[in-house]
Write a protein that binds this ligand. Structure first.
Ligand SMILES: Nc1ncnc2c1ncn2[C@@H]1O[C@H](COP(=O)(O)OP(=O)(O)OP(=O)(O)O)[C@@H](O)[C@H]1O
Ligand SMILES: [Mg+2]
Length: 340
């Protein structure tokens, strides 16, 4: 359904000097350097799947989505969506995909939502039954009628996002590209949007590629993750397997009697080097790298020394695993012209 091979996008950006004199020099000399926002990405996404496209700020996610939706032309490499190269077949691609860019509106600023929908209905040639069914769905989950006939430019961010999401689904697209679709939505609407996308995926087999920094979006919509870092794929696979790659585990416990928590902490850090101990009242938390000690070793160390009253080993959470992945390559972000 989506096939990407060795996809590259480079930007030529002017080299900027600091300060006013620097700005003038920038204008006059016009020296450029190249930024590789997407650096040879390959992946395949099967029809009907729900994939989270993840990465730190500036990792290259939106740039990839722009190429997959035909908004941008790749510098090199290929991408196929429904068998078509998006940038060469923009109109045909547009009829079969639904797009939300949370950071940029896809709607007409001066029109109301109902007017925009009527235009989209004509543009996409949406059959009456499909159009009416979808309007009912949007009313049920997004309360779309409440947006009234206000021009899109006058809607609040959350109101506009409801309209953007509805517009992306209006024509029963085969693939959804949603780039930060829940920006500005309150908790109730975030839930509704998750239910909406899960429902169309289940009932129509819609393929979903979702970019979000919201962990609840990711885990409640997607089962597969594609993680990029500095324009390269660093993980592709199931989210539950991604969790098992956590480099760090924790043991959290309470105990009664002596020694003092500070003394326990010092002993743990001394005897099990590489662990980090934090204290929260009577609770003690030991973080340990997976490769050095198992949770079992940490536990048996504790059992010998303190009178445990409570103890648990939390499952690694997605946020921790992603933070590890994003920081593994050193610098988190890369901004053209920023300090290299
Ligand atoms: N039009 C452009 N001209 C120059 N550089 C650009 C352009 N668009 C993106 N970039 C650069 O390409 C890199 C990737 O940007 P992109 O928007 O794809 O990141 P992202 O993964 O979507 O990040 P975020 O999570 O912040 O949305 C960044 O360093 C960005 O500054
Ligand atoms: Mg982005």
């Amino acid at each position: 359904m989506i096939a990407v091979e060795n996809l590259v996008k480079e930007f030529r950006v002017p080299e900027r000097k600091e300060g006013l004199a620097g700005s003038l020099r920038t204008l006059l000399t016009r020296r450029y350097h190249t930024v590789r926002a997407v650096d040879g990405i390959s992946f395949e996404i099967p029809a009907g799947s729900r994939t989270a496209y993840l990465g730190a700020n500036g990792a290259g996610k939106s740039t990839t989505v722009k190429m997959l939706t035909g908004v941008m032309t790749p510098t090199s490499g290929h991408c196929l969506v429904n068998g078509l190269e998006p940038h060469r077949n923009r109109r045909r691609t547009a009829r079969r995909i639904g797009v939300v860019f949370g950071q940029r509106s896809q709607l007409w600023w001066d029109l109301s939502v109902p007017d925009s929908f009527r235009i989209l209905r004509r543009v996409y040639d949406i059959p009456d039954a499909v159009y009416q069914r979808n309007l009912r769905l949007f009313q049920e989950l997004l309360d779309i009628d409440a947006l009234g006939t206000t021009a899109v430019r006058q809607l609040s961010l959350g109101q506009r996002m409801r309209a953007e999401i509805a517009a992306s689904l209006l024509h029963d697209p085969e693939v959804l590209f949603w780039d930060e679709p829940t920006i500005g939505l309150d908790m109730v609407l975030q839930e509704a949007v998750r239910e909406l996308v899960n429902r169309v995926n289940r009932e129509l087999g819609t393929t979903v590629l979702l970019t979000s920094h919201d962990l609840a979006d990711i885990t409640s919509i997607c089962d597969t993750a594609l993680v990029v870092d500095h324009g390269r794929v660093v993980y592709q696979g199931r989210i539950d397997q991604l969790l098992s790659t956590a480099g760090q585990r924790s043991v959290i416990f309470e105990y009664r009697g002596g020694p003092s928590p500070e003394a326990v902490a010092a002993k743990v850090e001394h005897t099990l080097p590489g662990t980090r101990v934090s204290l929260d009242g009577q609770r003690v938390r030991i973080d340990h790298p997976v490769g050095l000690f198992s949770s079992r070793e940490v536990l048996s160390f504790l059992l010998e020394r303190v009178d445990l009253t409570d103890c648990y080993v939390p499952e690694p959470d997605l946020g921790t695993v992603l933070k590890e992945l994003y920081t593994r390559s050193g610098k988190r972000d890369h901004v053209p012209g920023g300090a290299a």
